[in-house]
Design a protein around this ligand. Structure first.
Ligand code: HEM
Length: 312
């Protein structure tokens, strides 16, 4: 990337109007430090991020985050934008969770507040799975799935470099050391995220649910090498030193674009053709609540991460 394009991609979003990529539903590369590299130094986040986030919340509240809805001809581009950008937000959420888990393990900060933040981030990741998985089955199987297969015939979510630090949490086998009063809410959100993953897999891929269940319970005997570089290239993710301010500015840029998309198109655009049954996991009251709150969750995660207001 040239210095100018780097600066644009790492800068705070404008208050109004679509300024993500070059036009609605275009993409931007995400720059993240390598996993394990420190990036979120306590107290190192300036007030500019929170101010920018407050402007975003005000714009969303007054209904001025407007962009024309996608037409039927633009759906493929819209779902591609959601697939890549929703994954980017997920990667940052994983990093935020990993940072909070480290704080808990080190006995730093208020454990109740940290536990509530982790729970909120887990919910935001569930929301992002619903968002990235909102494609029609037809577009997913015609465009998105083959694009992963072209990169590698066993392309897998397990290759995500930023996921390793939170895999234990999402597998739900053992909760992190959160205070007892917060453990139930966290366990519930983790269980919901697992059901939503299964539901999205079942919705988009004919044998998706059983494939996921089988591979999580019994990983394939001969694993391919973990190609996190291929995963990063596919998801337009660059690895370079980036400060907490820069990572969170990139999160804010994306949350604004997603909020604008949802305001214009809803989670399931009216012009999209959703044929086929909806998997049970996507019909539960908990999943439907997560779906209906999605736009709020996206803004809340931006607020929480930038210190714009405390968690619920
Ligand atoms: C909607 C966005 C999605 C996201 C963010 C996502 C993310 C992930 C992640 C992070 C993993 C690693 C889990 C672990 O190691 O514990 C994973 C695994 C897996 N996912 Fe997804 N996933 C998504 C959609 C799907 C879909 C549509 C399918 C359809 C079949 C699917 C099938 C699988 C399978 C089979 C595995 C296990 C892979 C293996 O063990 O090699 N996922 N996914």
């Amino acid at each position: 990337m040239s210095r100018n394009s780097t600066t644009a991609a790492l800068s705070l979003p404008a208050t109004l109007g679509w300024d993500f990529g070059d036009y609605p539903y275009a993409l931007e590369p995400l720059t993240l430090p390598h996993p394990g590299e420190p990036w979120l130094a306590p107290g190192a986040i300036g007030t500019g991020l929170a101010a920018s986030c407050r402007e975003l919340l005000a714009a969303a509240g007054s209904g001025s985050l407007a962009v024309p809805p996608a037409t039927a001809a633009e759906l493929e581009q819209l779902f591609w934008f959601r697939w890549i950008t929703g994954h980017h937000i997920s990667f940052v959420i994983w990093r935020l969770i990993a940072a909070r888990l480290e704080q808990l393990a080190a006995g730093e900060g208020d454990p109740d507040a940290i536990a509530r933040e982790i729970t909120e981030y887990v919910r935001a990741y569930s929301a992002m799975m619903l968002y990235t998985g909102s494609s029609t089955r037809e577009i997913y199987n015609r465009t998105i799935r083959p694009s992963m297969y072209r990169m590698h015939s066993t392309f897998s979510g397990t290759w995500a470099a930023d996921y390793a630090a939170v895999r234990g949490l999402f597998r739900g086998r053992r909760l992190p050391p959160v205070p007892a009063g917060e453990a139930g809410a966290l366990a519930q959100e983790i269980a919901l995220s697992q059901r939503i993953h299964l539901g999205v897999a079942a919705k988009l891929v004919a044998d998706g649910r059983s494939l996921l269940q089988h591979l999580v319970d019994q990983p394939a005997e001969r694993q391919p090498r973990v190609w996190s570089g291929i995963f990063d290239c596919y998801f337009l993710t660059l690895r370079a030193p980036a400060s907490g301010e820069e990572v969170l500015a990139q999160l804010l840029r994306r949350c604004k674009a997603v909020a604008m998309d949802l305001a214009a198109n809803g989670l399931y655009p009216r012009v999209a053709d959703y044929t086929g049954p909806t998997p049970d996991e996507l019909c539960t009251p908990e999943t439907l609540a997560c779906e209906s709150e999605l736009a709020d969750i996206v803004l809340r995660v931006a607020a929480l991460a930038t210190g714009c207001r405390p968690p619920r």
